[in-house]
Write a protein of this length. Sequence first.
Length: 224
Amino acid sequence: MPSVSLNGDTLRLLANNSSRGELKNVLDGFQRPNRSLTREQVAIVLGQWFHPLHYFPIFLSRMISVSPGIEVQTQISRILWQELGEGDSKMSHERIYISTMTDAGFSYADTASAAPFGDTQDLIEGYRQASESYFAGLGFMYGTEVADLHMVSTIGKLVRQCSNKKELPWVDIHVKQEPSHVESSKNTLIPPYCEGEQKEIVSGAERMWILWTNFFRKIEAVIG
């Protein structure tokens, strides 16, 4: 079967995917003009977000274990290294998230130990299943990284609105590191893949965006 390069038409296909656009629309809904959530409502958002935040480094580790070549392993490990604090666990995204939100006045219980909703569990399970399949996992990773900054910025805006906290280190670290995460995830898509592998990557990204859309829609339904 002929191989194709994913740094051309397929990346454009991913960029224009309707599921990616739907996730963007849902996120924009959280930021619609004249909307202001209470601290209790924002705490629900934060409590659910913690679960995929906590699992993402596990997903990346599993992806490294199923990646067949050192080139792709290197790209994924670059993302994982930053997620885990670049050698300093106190600077890991999870710990910065908890310290940022507690500094903003949210309790540890609300931020890091809330029970997951069903759609949150489905999201984590999607990551787990994708990490068992190399090509679907690449799609999940790419789908996550290209949407991550929009998701983080949305949550940051909600936190600022109800806390009047201007400095949010967890948001700042994403602004700093996300461009390299997107670059690394794109680099894993450059090697040639056959048509079936290509479809599996695209399907993985699409499923990722659908699961995240369901995640935020469930939160929207709960907070009203």
